[in-house]
Design a binder for this molecule. Structure first.
Ligand code: PGA
Length: 241
């Protein structure tokens, strides 16, 4: 069985109160891998608190004239172990293409950061019946034979501060995860973890995580509430035993 991975995407928010305490829910867990993606400002504190963490984005080059950017290599040197690549905020707000996202995944692997690569369709694409084509196109340039994690995040399900945004139903999410798994190379199908992201919260975590092809969550809004986040990890832990 694949070990669950529960990742917190704090986006452009400060670390929640108490996040760096030794007993905080952001600390790694015996049964569940817990990873945090803070802003760059909180990365060092996460690492010093022994929280497994990584950048929400990193530049592919190691250093150079790229004002405002931080490289994946610099994050690795700081002590990061993971890197988030291709979040829909980056694709949407910064125009990152699937090829650029794949280049980030490759650069992350080269400096020994474990990439979690996000992909998912917008509402417009879903309504136009293009979901499968969109996923295929996003996966095509990725080095899927490598050790990476995929996060399926339907863009229409991402909460963006609205706790009433509906997540994908467990059945629909499972169908998409199975489709994504079917696109992996044969020798990576079993071990590659596919996380679900998009309004995962306490109320739906158990049902989503209970699906056979859902191996964890990439959690935004609910990850900023330590009590909720702790209970989601508990749900994953219970399902692992
Ligand atoms: P959400 O965000 O859990 O607030 O929907 C998920 C994400 O964008 O990674």
């Amino acid at each position: 069985m694949r070990k669950y991975l529960i990742a917190a995407n704090w986006k452009m928010n400060s670390a929640p109160e108490g996040a760096f305490d030794p007993e905080s829910p952001y600390q790694t867990h015996a049964d569940v891998d817990v990873v945090v993606f803070p802003t760059y400002l909180d990365l060092r504190d996460c690492i010093e608190a022994k929280i497994l963490s990584g950048p929400q984005y990193g530049h592919v080059e190691e250093h150079g004239a790229h004002t405002g950017d931080v490289s994946l290599k610099m994050c690795k040197d700081l002590g990061c172990l993971y890197a988030l690549c291709g979040h829909s905020d980056r694709r949407g707000e910064h125009g990152e293409t699937s090829e650029q996202v794949a280049a980030q995944v490759i650069a992350a692997l080269e400096c020994e950061l474990h990439p979690i690569v996000c992909l998912g369709e917008t509402l417009k694409e879903k309504k136009a019946g293009k979901t499968e084509d969109v996923i295929k196109a996003m996966m095509a340039p990725l080095p899927l034979e490598s050790d990476l994690t995929i996060a399926y995040e339907p863009v229409w399900a991402i909460s963006r501060g609205d706790p009433n945004t509906p997540a994908a139903t467990p059945e629909d999410a499972q169908q998409m995860h199975a489709l994504i798994r079917s696109m992996l190379p044969d020798d990576r199908k079993e071990q590659t973890r596919i996380l679900y992201g998009g309004s995962m919260k306490l109320e739906n975590a158990e049902a989503l995580l209970g699906q056979i092809d859902i191996d964890g969550g990439l959690i935004g809004g609910a990850s900023l509430k330590p009590d909720q986040f702790a209970l989601i990890i508990e749900a994953a832990s219970k399902l692992s035993t």
